[in-house]
Structures are given as C-alpha cells and as structure tokens.
Design a protein around this ligand. Sequence first.
Ligand SMILES: Cc1ncc(COP(=O)(O)O)c(C=O)c1O
Length: 478
Amino acid sequence: MATMGARMFRTPGYGLADESLAVLMETSLQSPAEPSPLIPGRGAMTGSTGNPACMPNDDLSPDPRPDPGAYQAGWRIDPDLCFLNHGSYGSVPAAVHGAQVALRERVERDPVRFFKADLEGLMDESRRALARFLSCRPGDLAPVRNATVGLCTIFANRPWKPGDEVVVTDHEYSSGLHELERIAPRAGIRIVTAHVPFPIDSPDRAIEAVEGAITSRTRLVVVSHVTSCSSLVFPVGRIADLCRRRGVDVLIDGAHAPGQVPVDIASLDPAYYVGSLHKWVGAPRGASFVYVRGDLQEGFRTIALSSRARKIHENRSLFLRDFDYMGTDDYTPFLVVPDALDAGERLLAGGWPALMARNHALALEARAIVCAGVGLLPSCPDEMTGSMVSLPIPDAHPAHAGRPTRYDDPLQDALLDRHGVQAPIWRLWENPGVRLARLSAQAYNRRGQYAHFAKALAEELGRERRPVDSSILIHRSC
Ligand SMILES: Cc1ncc(COP(=O)(O)O)c(C=O)c1O
C-alpha cells in the first residue's frame, strides 16, 4: 500500500484531439518497466512482433487472443480466451492485486491496531483519491461492498410517505428494482416505470421518457449513468437538471460509469450517486461507493448498525463514522482504490482520459466490425456509447426452446464452448424481450477479437436458425 495523499489524477474527460486518438489506437499500452511477476513470460507466447506495447496494424484479422502488451501491463485474463466482458466483474491488474496482498499482510501483523487505530485514516486516504477522480468532496463519499448494497442503503434511508412515487427506467439493473419492489408495499409507495425505447435514436428519448413519468407525487428518480444490459450512456446531466427543476431528488446508478466515462459529480449535483470500482477502475471486488449530497447526510445510516454506532466523535460526522466501519470485514478492496486509480492513470501516456477515449473508440470499432460481419444494426448514436456496445440479435428457431444454459442464454454457452468467446447474451425486457449481445472494450482487447466474435456469432446464429441441428446441443465435461 503506497502513500496516497500525494497522488494526482488528471480530471477525467475524453477531451482528446482526433490525432491523439489515432496514435492511441495504434499504440495500445505503454511498456512498463518490468514484466508482471505474477505472469512471467506471458507476453512472449502471443507471437507479437517483438514489441508487446504495439497494437498490430493487421489487427482486423480474426484473432481471439488479447493484446500481448496487456500481460506486461499486468492484466491477467486467460490468454486462450477471447474475453469480451470486462463490464460484468472487471479484472484486477497485478499491481492492484499486489497492493491488496501487502495490505492484508499488514492487517494480519496487528489486526487490533488495524481496525481500531488505522482504518479511519486509511479510509480517508481512499476517499480523498476517489473524490479527486469523481470531482466531489471526500466527506460526501461512503464506501460500500457493492452497488446493490449502495442502492439498498439509499432506499432504506428515504423518508417515504404513503402515495410517494419513484420513477425508474426500464433499463435499470435488476437488483435495485428488486429492492424497490420489496419495500414498495411496506412503505406504500408506487414504482412508475419510464419506457426508454431500444434501439434508440437520440438521448432526447430518455429525457422525454423520464419527464413523462414524473408527477406531483414523484419523490425520487432512479436512472443509470451507463445502463447494464443495453450499454447506453444516459444523459444524466440533463436528467438531473430536469429533476431539479421539478423539485425531485435523483439517484444516479453509476455502477458502470467510473473509469468508463468521465464522472463529474459536482456538476451533475445529484442527491445520490452509486458507483462500482471493480468494473472499470480496476479495484478488487468489494469496492463500491455511495455519494450522498451534504443536506441529505443527517440521519443517513448504514443498513446494519455496527458496534461503533454510538461512538460519537466531535470532529467527525456520524455519516463518516458509520461508513468507516460496518462490522468486521475485509476493507482492503476500498483501501487500494488509490492504487487502482494510479494503475489506470499510468496505463497510457494521457492517463485516464486517454484510456477512456481509447476504449470508447475501440467499442465503436467493435460495433462496426460485428455489424458488418453479422448483418446487424447499431442500437444507439455514438454519443450514447462508452466502452460497451449492445447489439440486438435475432431469436433462435422455436424448435430450440428449452436448451439448457449455464448463463442467461444458450447462445452464450455455444460461443464459449465452441469458439472460446466470453460475452454476455441476455434479454433487455422480460418475455419475449429483445435479445442482445454485449461487448466490452478494455485495454487488453484488440480489434481482431471482435472479428473473431463476429465470425463465431454469425456461425451460431446460422445454427440456431435451422429447426434441427444435433450439434446445437453442447456436451461439456467440466
Ligand atoms: C447499473 C448497475 N447497477 C447496479 C449493479 C449491481 O452491482 P453489484 O452486483 O456489484 O452489486 C450493476 C451490476 O452490474 C449494474 O450494472
């Protein structure tokens, strides 16, 4: 665990000239001084041109392998896998993993000192680094285990009155919706769903949908910054403005946002912002946060009160005290967030803005490659895209209904088992719903992987179109 106070990050924002971006797309990763100690020699096995830091110019040929330079930069994705789903769980770079291991060692040397004396100060160091990255006040940030707990904590702290309405879009992630559905009958509140079309031709459609769902009873609007299943970057700044004008609090679910798109909480000025740090920031799983606007912090408490809940310190707010310690747990994921921010900052010469711009450009290329290769259509304008794209795909012939799956759709099993592709296939709305393939673009991905995916998807969709095909059933031994 390095000292964090002195670290500075460039304010995130794409903000790159076209020429800079062109250079970034040619040069994918900076060559670090040392190869990763955890994965010795991996860079050499990928058959690169000798400079693992270069993204090959012939990268459009179908090639399932990750960028060879990625291994020397510390990504540990299986080199035999065409891994196109960074969005779900992220992947922890070796440097961040190493920092976490070192911190855990420190805990074990004197756990009492760690939990009683050191934890609070370390939490503040993490808050400060994260606040710089998100443009907000460190004292407004509360660490939580994951975004699900963050959403649940906010809902539990709302002063609901019977008849209150909460507006959600039909692109929201299921865990928050499940929690709202659980508390709605108890609290006497009504959940109003705003229908945002998909495919979508303009961010205006999302604004119109939310505006149309707000009534005089609306107390809270819940909206994703980047939607999970459909990968849409919602116009959250304009939605927050709209809510302010209508006197309604807004909760931005940014589970997918930090590290994928620029996040500037000060200018968004929402009531609440929830974010995950294990996805695009590269922190270990277990690192997420809730931002709570200052005027809403009084009485805002953790969902389970710890043994320290009544230990009031004059010079420390109860909000910070509560969220510093939520019972005995492993706090190292949040404590190494500064290391993750630092690792991301060092990946490309332009820091975080360059990494986000590079991933965004690669996601757009991925979409073009797959749409051309499979005959699909883009589902949203470029301005609604971050580092993920979701493409509507046709359904299988009804004769294949009921095929087993270990994931959300048997097509995902087929892509993995027959083509070594890990990419989610799921439905946007229930029954029948739009079937989607979602692709992520992270530093270790390269163009040839999307060409490989396109070939695999075209082949599997062809198989699914035929009413009978014995090879469609996959038998896997492991
Ligand atoms: C938009 C959104 N919100 C909330 C969550 C829940 O995150 P977690 O499973 O880490 O609690 C996710 C998960 O991917 C998500 O995409």
